[in-house]
Design a protein around this ligand. Structure first.
Ligand code: SF4
Length: 410
């Protein structure tokens, strides 16, 4: 292979020499031909060029770097090498079926402790929301509180209700925390819980509830629900039973960069073993209406850098999601050049992050999602909950005509 000397954009006054590399392609060389100004990133650049795994220490160095453009450039190169230019979006709907939960996580703005202060969806309400979705609905994303008053039968029946109203809709339901809660409350194994949910029509699981894999923060912030070891154990059981799941990380509160890098490393380790994770979603902390004494969540730079480091560390994850509900449309769009290749979907009726202060709209139209992706220079790909292309992909315009509120600019 021809060797190429890269000009890596470092001030020649600083005495840094151009780097001799054996690039995989000239397009990669073009992409790298400017941006890195932090010399500490050079060894990481070398690893990325050779597709070598980054260490936890590399992750910390990336988080600590002030060279946002350089970190983004590395992540964009990794994205290009691993998954190309396609960016995924989905016609989806969120159902937060109950907000009653006594787990008392300090960062949570969603939960209501007393039943009289909260709600539980009836199956009729779930059926109505699914039936009211304008046009084809690819994915119902279902997450709720750990509500001790709901009987077991409610959960499989909720799935059956959705499948009755819309058989084509994938049901992506219940985080590892909810599955663990079901197993403990109803004295079943996780396998038994999954068996019944699968029989009812479960297609996949969402990735929430992981928070941050740190024993220190588990005992301080969310000690009454599944901790790091149990979250990973439940995810492993899901994967063993053929259930695909996502993974998340809540960041920008009181965690350290090292804790973030360890979190990514643990996910990567499990993915090596099972291959069952579909997407990773970094969740930016929102500071409103909760008991954690942190004045504000992460800024734009930290959010972009965390997307980028996720892409770089998680070398065995295909999809890194820029969740527009949390970060806003514009930042989600910029994330597409910081390693992300999924922008989530139409959403509608999300409650968890809006109660925590997310100023974004409740929904966006498919055409707006496509426009966001295209204007970032990427190729929009409509998907279902399993990252397949649905039969109606790009042919259904009914949701464009529905009365979906236009997003608020943030
Ligand atoms: S984060 Fe989830 S488990 Fe924790 S209090 Fe909120 S709803 Fe309950």
């Amino acid at each position: 292979m021809e060797s190429v000397v890269l000009s890596i954009g470092i001030d020649s006054q600083a005495g840094i020499q151009p780097l001799l590399l054996l690039p995989k392609s000239r397009s990669i060389v073009r992409r790298m031909n400017s941006s890195i100004t932090d010399t500490k990133l050079l060894s990481i650049l070398d690893k990325v060029m050779q597709d070598k795994r980054l260490s936890v220490e590399d992750g910390v160095a990336l988080f600590e770097s002030d060279d946002l453009a350089g970190v983004g450039c590395l992540a964009d190169m990794a994205r290009d090498q691993r998954v190309g230019d396609k960016v995924y979006w989905v016609r989806n709907l969120h159902i937060n079926y109950t907000d009653i939960c006594a787990k008392g996580c300090k960062f949570c703005a969603f939960a209501r402790i007393l039943p009289e202060d909260g709600y539980v969806y009836s199956h009729e309400q779930t059926a109505r929301e699914i039936g009211d979705y304008p046009g084809h609905l690819a994915e119902a994303h279902i997450v709720g509180g750990c509500n001790g008053k709901i009987p077991w039968e409610y959960y499989p029946e909720m799935i059956r209700t959705i499948k009755r109203v819309s058989p084509e809709t994938h049901v992506k339901a219940f985080t590892m925390v909810e599955l663990d809660f079901f197993a403990r409350k109803f004295k079943r194994t996780i396998q038994e819980v999954l068996d019944e949910l699968l029989e009812a029509g479960l297609d996949a699981c969402p990735g929430g509830g992981a928070e941050i894999f740190s024993t220190r923060l588990h005992s301080y912030m969310f000690r009454h629900k599944a901790g790091p070891e149990r979250w990973l154990e439940v995810a492993e059981i899901c994967h063993e039973q053929g259930v695909k799941t996502n993974a998340t990380m809540l960041f920008g509160h009181i965690e350290t960069f090292h804790e973030r890098a360890v979190h990514l490393d643990k996910l990567r380790e499990l993915q090596d073993k099972t291959g069952g994770f579909q997407a990773f979603i970094p969740l930016a902390y929102h500071a409103d209406n909760n008991d954690l004494e942190v004045e504000h969540g992460p800024g734009a730079q930290d959010i972009l850098k965390t997307v980028a480091v996720s892409r770089l560390m998680l070398d065995n994850f295909k999809h890194i999601k820029a969740y527009w509900i949390l970060m806003g449309e514009r930042l989600a769009q910029i994330s597409l050049v910081f390693g992300a290749n999924d922008i989530d979907g139409t959403v509608m009726q999300e409650k968890i992050y809006h109660r925590a202060g997310a100023p974004t709209a409740m929904a966006v139209t498919p055409s707006r999602l496509r426009r966001l992706i295209k204007s970032a220079g990427r190729i929009p790909m409509e998907r279902d909950a399993l990252y397949q292309s649905p039969a109606w992909a790009d042919k259904d315009n009914r949701s464009e005509r529905a009365l979906i509120p236009e997003p608020v600019a943030v």
